[in-house]
Design a protein around this ligand. Sequence first.
Ligand code: SAM
Length: 345
Amino acid sequence: MAASRKVGSLRLPPLPTVGELIKLYNLRAEKQLSQNFLLDLKLTDKIVRQAGSLTGAHVCEVGPGPGGLTRSILNAEAADVLVVEKDSRFIPGLKLLSEASPGRLRIVHGDILTYRMDRGFPAAISKPWEEDPPNLHIIGNLPFSVSTPLIIKWLENIADRTGPFTFGRTRLTLTFQKEVAERLTASTGSNQRSRLSIMAQYLCTVKKCFVIPGRAFVPKPEVDVGVVHFTPLVKPQIQQSFKLVEKVVRNVFQFRRKHCHKGIGMLFPEACRLELTQEMMQRADVDPVLRPTELTIPHIRALSDAYAHLCTNDPSLFSYDFREELRLKHLGRNHHTSMDAFKEM
Ligand code: SAM
């Protein structure tokens, strides 16, 4: 692999512009795949700068499309760029780019949601978790429908140190619908504070870099776009499993405008709801009348620790789902109603 190649000779030779490539290969954006392209290389350079220095770096670019962002990554002197693209129409244009940057661009025709990135790079680039991040970056301008499930999957991978994080604290620079970018970076008390804010911030330093106006894309999407940079923390701010934290946070934010004890109560079966909610709040020492958006990460940590303690006392608690209890109750009620109707016949 070319990672040790001398830098300096790594800028791309003259090539057709991205716009010309789109015309050449007739790459009309597929609405179904939410394709919106960035043709302005100044803008793609700006996204790439958010990742920090890429000199000699390994990069996985998700959804390169016609390759604007890919050119900026190559021009930033990355030594080894692996692109994962789902739409086969883009492969010939990417091959052209690969020929112009010998040995530096590898093309995978595949789906990033299932691609095994842990197999995509040599183990030798790994860095122990506690040390500086490895010289490996994930960069991408993905459709919104993919970037949100993908970041949730990657956050879980960070918690488990799997997937792209088998190499260490791999950094990510990704685009999101502006509102989602705001949720990811929202601080305590902000209107945008949500599940996503807690899940991202307990595991990473999350930085909202800048906003790209929708008009910069071709075709123009309905909304503006936010660029977000993530660096996994050496020590997650909550020491419980991802699934447990996720369950606590999901329940807390169930009723985002109500006092937080209301959502927390839904962690427990109705028969013991009052008692266990009180016990959990007391053990966590969290004011039950705070609103979900007012909870800090230390609050969520205390709540997660308290919930984990209750689950150790009664392991069946963890699989409890209030929706299931409601469903069964509803079924029971319907069953009674039809039995009553039957008796009356
Ligand atoms: N990076 C290009 C740019 O900035 O101009 C294209 C951006 S476009 C919003 C998203 C790209 O991601 C498209 O090329 C699309 O085909 C690709 N894509 C969509 N879903 C994907 C997936 N699941 N795996 C890999 N690529 C995907």
